[in-house]
Design a protein around this ligand. Structure first.
Ligand code: NAD
Length: 517
């Protein structure tokens, strides 16, 4: 193993000289198919992980259920105290875990650490929530009666996560789910098993120190087959799925088919709209970060840019020079802004998208070609040039505009009226993030109101990419309508009961119904 990799793994107690156990159900086990963790920056194999067999998935689910039965009786503020300790344990390893995210996923150092910060933030939030997951007392129409709406723990929550946020998405779900009194079972992306093993070790050691079964936060690594086994199991009360629209569509049907609860966080196809009165000193760097940051591998990455006709030249020439200034590098190096794509397959998807743009007559303003002159060891990595393309026309029904390409390819369209730009913004199947750049309050009113953006995230003078944990995060339409993290998202992780209590000496029926002569 290279010294850069072994230092990071060593700091997190991950021994990569033998195959690693990729299942945690109270004990570390795993005897299924071997997953290779491959560094996207160099192509180096970091470790080999033994994933879950079908029998191991079943056992992990049984252990999760047993753990839930213990955990549901722990008072919520006590669960919050355990979460506080998890938050402290993660914060102590923030830099090491952040480096592991960069090593294994490929995002740059500050973003890897940002994922850990997000986990810490949502844990803080959930500690507070553990004393505020309140129900309601509802006025009854019957004398001497009272109605309570009571939230109780839900059961076992399965968290299936995508490669691009190998830590934070789990954090969002784990924190709310633990505060709510559930057991979770995590099925991470098969290409980031080390992140999931490192995080699970930290979380479960805190649980066990508190006398709580470790299986409250179980782990089953594996690919599609393991994912299908988890999603299809009636032992899972809620499936929280983050990933592509194609897989999410199937997952949604399977969970609905067995009347389970499902929360979907799927693909985005996010647009930024820039008005003539926008502050370009703010808008241009924001679009640059949105489209090129994380090498275009965020669900909220900016993929479409709609520019008012009066600012096109000015905007694009400045954006282009930012693109040309960016150099690919090792994401672990703090000066790097552009890391690799996560997999070789993603490089193919990037090239297919560029080929399709060229074939359909788009102008490639910058990028479009691979890097051919990278020094070793980066020549073993999945680096692609960030690309700006101007298709011949904006036709939101065309796949050029209507599909999410998970790579740094930004498409540009030109408009004269805000109404036109909003129509294009809303014309695609996805509805995750959107951003308007203007200083005119009348535009803002249109944008955030009934005739405005139909996305789940509707920003003004803030880019499409990234979000704070305080508000509910998620998207509409084919992004799946899910909401995670802040806001009212916690309400999905509990089961609600309406409890009518009669304190009187009569037993009247609702609506004054009489059932006696
Ligand atoms: P993916 O859909 O390929 O995989 C997601 C997860 O599903 C993985 O854990 C995978 O192993 C599992 N899986 C695959 N087939 C399955 C099946 N048939 N049944 C059950 N599970 C199965 O997604 P990806 O390539 O890892 O991630 C990129 C996608 O995720 C992008 O579309 C991105 O926009 C989306 N994403 C969305 C959000 C959001 O919050 N909306 C956040 C991050 C990523």
């Amino acid at each position: 193993l290279s010294s850069r990799a072994s230092t990071i793994l060593h700091a997190l107690d991950i021994r990569s000289d033998s195959e690693l156990a990729g299942v945690y159900d109270g004990e570390w086990t795993g005897s299924g198919e071997i997953l290779e963790s491959v560094c996207p920056t160099t192509g180096e194999v970091l470790a080999r992980v033994k994933s879950a067999t079908p029998a191991e998935v079943e056992r992990a689910l049984e252990r999760s259920r047993e753990a839930y039965k213990v955990f549901r009786t722990v008072p919520a503020p006590k669960r919050g105290e355990i979460l506080r300790q998890i938050r402290e344990a993660l914060a102590a390893k923030r830099d090491d875990l952040g480096a592991l995210v960069s090593l294994e996923m490929g995002k740059i150092r500050t973003e890897g650490e940002g994922e850990l910060q997000e986990f810490v933030d949502i844990a803080d939030y959930a500690v507070g929530l553990s004393r505020m997951m309140n129900g309601r007392v509802v006025a009854s129409e019957r004398p001497g009666h009272s109605i309570l709406e009571v939230p109780n723990p839900l059961g076992v929550v399965a968290v299936l996560s995508a490669f691009n946020f190998p830590v934070a998405v789990y954090g969002w779900n784990l924190a709310l789910s633990l505060a709510a009194g559930n057991a979770t079972l995590w099925k991470p992306a098969p290409s980031t098993p080390l992140c999931s093993i490192a995080v699970t070790k930290i979380v479960t050691s805190v649980l066990e120190k508190n006398g709580v079964p470790g299986a409250v936060a179980g782990l089953v690594t594996g690919g599609k087959v393991v994912g299908e086994a988890v999603v299809g199991s009636s032992d899972v009360d809620m499936v929280s799925f983050t990933g592509s629209e194609a897989v999410g569509r199937e997952v949604g049907k399977v969970v609905q088919g067995r009347f389970g609860k499902v929360l979907l966080e799927l693909g985005g196809n996010n647009a930024a709209i820039v008005m003539p009165d926008a502050d370009l000193d703010m808008a241009i760097p924001a679009v640059f970060f949105g489209a090129v940051g994380t090498a275009g591998q965020r669900c909220t990455s900016t993929r479409r840019l709609y520019l008012h006709s009066s600012i096109v030249q000015k905007f694009l020439s400045r954006l282009e020079s930012l693109y040309q200034s960016v150099r690919p590098g090792d994401p672990l190096d703090r000066s790097t802004l552009l890391g690799p794509l996560h997999t070789r397959a993603a490089v193919g998807i990037y090239h297919d998208a560029v080929d399709h743009l060229l074939k359909t007559g788009a102008e490639i303003l910058t990028g479009g070609a691979p890097y051919t002159d990278l020094p070793a060891p980066l020549n073993g990595g999945n680096f692609v040039r960030p690309t700006i393309a101007i298709p011949q026309e904006v036709n939101v029904k065309d796949p050029v505009w209507s599909t999410e390409t998970f790579a740094p390819v930004l498409k540009v369209g030109v408009f004269d009226e805000l109404e036109q730009a909003i129509e294009w913004n809303n014309g695609v199947p996805q509805g995750l993030s959107s951003s308007l750049w203007t200083r005119d309050i009348r535009n803002v009113g249109k944008w955030i109101g009934p005739v405005g953006s139909d996305a789940g995230i509707v920003n003004v003078n803030v880019g499409t990419s990234g979000a704070e944990i305080g508000a509910a995060f998620g998207g509409n339409k084919s992004t799946g309508w899910g909401r995670e993290s802040g806001g009212d998202a916690w309400k999905q992780y509990v089961r609600w009961s309406a409890c009518t209590l009669n304190f009187s000496d009569e037993a009247p029926l609702a609506q004054g119904v009489q059932f006696s002569n």
